[in-house]
Ligand binder design. Sequence first.
Ligand code: GDP
Ligand code: MN
Length: 399
Amino acid sequence: MNIHEHQAKDLLRQYGVPTTGGGVAFTPEEAEKVAQGIETDVRVVKAQIHAGGRGKGKFKEPEAGEKGGVRFAKSAAEARELAEQMLGRTLVTEQTGPAGRVVRRLYLTEAAGIAKELYLSALVDRASSRVAFIASTEGGMDIEKVAHETPDKILTLTVDPATGLQPFHSRKIAFALGLKGDQIKECAKMIGGLYKLLLEKDVSLLEINPLIITNDGHLNALDAKISFDGNALFRHPDIVALRDETEEDPMEIEAAKYELSYIKLDGSIGCMVNGAGLAMATMDIIKLYGEEPANFLDVGGGASKEKVQAAFQIILSDPSVKGILVNIFGGIMRCDIIADGIVAAAREMAITVPLVVRLEGTNVDLGKEILAKSGLKIVPADDLADAAAKITSAIKAAA
Ligand code: GDP
Ligand code: MN
């Protein structure tokens, strides 16, 4: 789960990480009010969306003006004008994809004088099974690009969980960031705070880009992104309260209600599969046959008819789905339950796209019989390759 920059900064402050103060605004009036409470001459007005690259982004609507999602206001009245331009408008950045994101809230903050922009992040590194810190002097840039073009400018440091964070970790990071004097102490305090935050709140990624050195020589988190481990949210009601569902895919939210593992993808073939491994294999074989999956969907082991029905409706409600491939191996899952779920879903929503079903395993004959008697137009398939060949040729024929 992701949160907004202003929420991430509130958390950072709680853990002793310095960041400029300010407030959030949902309307131009609120923006003016928040701006009035900011004492610096210049205020930054920042679009709050769950995507980076806002500074270099562009709004779709001409009314939003030429500038991106990070703007500067010299007065509270100007902050209000900027809010009027930005709120409700669609910001397109390198990370949003071409559809962009509607800006529903703004963060207004004191403008900081920047002497230098650095990069600092901490994450759970799956390869080493450790918390890793990543530091670079190349702040404010796309870190993937820095890693690709100038890997020597990036320090990656993992923390042994047995010994925990040690003073040498922050010394190494401070050195990599080119810090001097008191900044080294500030850095140690910051690293300690970030590590504590990461562990206590089950953070999977925490990124400060840029971490700045201010004109008077202090460290400050100018931007902040925090992602949390979804599987640990049950023990963090305070974090769940920060959730902004308008930033999430509505179909993924619907799927979560039924405890379905569903991830929306860019392709055109909707997949309903049981078991994550089989779901991955199904996606692979669709690609092998020249098409792209519209989703990852694992209905799980002992799914009920209602769960299967919900899964099928979620797939059907995706307008980019041009064909559906059901691939079930009935082990714990019974094929007749899958068939019942498909038929129930089809009764409520017309299936206008080709549907290929491959069933195998427990109660397969019963499952096939239910589907055959349903009157639905179903193309049966014998195995994975047969199923992939049939669905890809069916959507080509339909197009
Ligand atoms: P992002 O584009 O979504 O990553 O948003 P950031 O918060 O990182 O802002 C983008 C850029 O805007 C930063 O790298 C800075 O160069 C600039 N910027 C943001 N806030 C300030 C500020 O308070 N003062 C100054 N001088 N520049 C800022
Ligand atoms: Mn940034």
